[in-house]
Design a protein around this ligand. Sequence first.
Ligand SMILES: [Fe+2]
Ligand SMILES: [Fe+2]
Length: 139
Amino acid sequence: MFLWKESYSVNISDIDNQHKELFKIANRLSDCLKEYDVITDQYDEVKQIFNELTNYTIYHFQFEEELMINNGYENIAVHKAQHDTFINKIKSLEFNEDIYINQKRSMLEALSFLLDWISNHILITDMKYKSFLNGKGII
Ligand SMILES: [Fe+2]
Ligand SMILES: [Fe+2]
């Protein structure tokens, strides 16, 4: 269960809402994994979640990057490089031809991808723009 907490807030409502959306997708995936033990074919659901996750990832990262560019945030290169790595990772998960026969492993890999994103990106890298953007009046 992925639970969003106030300590995850970057104090920018659009971004907090987008991050909460990520937690929702993560919870759907976690439920899907639990269901898999009962119903051994979750292929359609897995494909659907992965597709949404890819689209959401691209949308959210573009949103953040535009906000950083438009406000003259200096450390954008490092931040964007991490975004690009996450996009490549989720695309490789989504378009992996073995998803059908490796549904459980695909879900576990996606969940570890999401944990990595939350703990290493949202809580560390995203937090670095918080005071800068808040200081520019972005809340
Ligand atoms: Fe973010
Ligand atoms: Fe980010």
